[in-house]
Write a protein that binds this ligand. Structure first.
Ligand code: FES
Length: 158
């Protein structure tokens, strides 16, 4: 274990999670969430450490990390926006929302502002079509978006 977060204390936290499962391999998703919570991303080094600890192939860990948009392979901003671009949101103006965010933050989708405060992702349906157009700000859903609402969210998190 080489990554700084994989300390004895941290491994105890992982053990608490794996003890809830019959096979420790089944704890992959909660372990990934824990690592991301601590590091802000899942680095290739962490993928390797997790694979070793759970006794699964590192390629399996990487496949899971790259499949779910909830896991980040690069450092995200303190406030991470995931904007839905799927049908309901698209029909109600997602493209304008995304453009406004890009303009206000001065970044493209997939990037983080130089001060590390904000990052932006464009994602598929987040299962909240009834509040379209919507986005996720870290774990919080915000819907019925318009430019004014976005400006307020940016101000609040600046
Ligand atoms: S289409 Fe945007 S949340 Fe479902």
């Amino acid at each position: 274990m080489e990554a700084p977060i994989f300390t004895a204390d941290f491994l105890q936290e992982i053990d608490k999670i794996t003890s809830r499962y019959e096979k420790k391999q089944a704890a992959l998703l909660p372990v990934l969430h824990l690592v991301q919570e601590k590091e802000g991303l899942i680095s290739p080094e962490s993928e390797k450490n997790i694979a070793e600890y759970l006794a699964i192939p590192v390629v399996h860990v990487h496949e899971v990390v790259s499949f779910y948009h909830l896991f980040h392979q690069t450092k995200k901003g303190k406030c991470h926006f995931s904007v839905c671009q799927t049908t309901a949101c698209a029909l109600l103006g997602a493209e304008g929302i995304i453009e406004h965010l890009k303009e206000r933050l001065g970044i493209q989708a997939g990037e983080t502002t130089p001060d590390g405060k904000f990052s932006l992702s464009v994602v598929e349906c987040l299962g909240a079509c009834e509040i379209a157009p919507m986005m996720q700000c870290n774990k919080e859903y915000t819907g019925f978006l318009n430019k004014k609402k976005i400006d307020e969210i940016i101000e609040k998190n600046s």
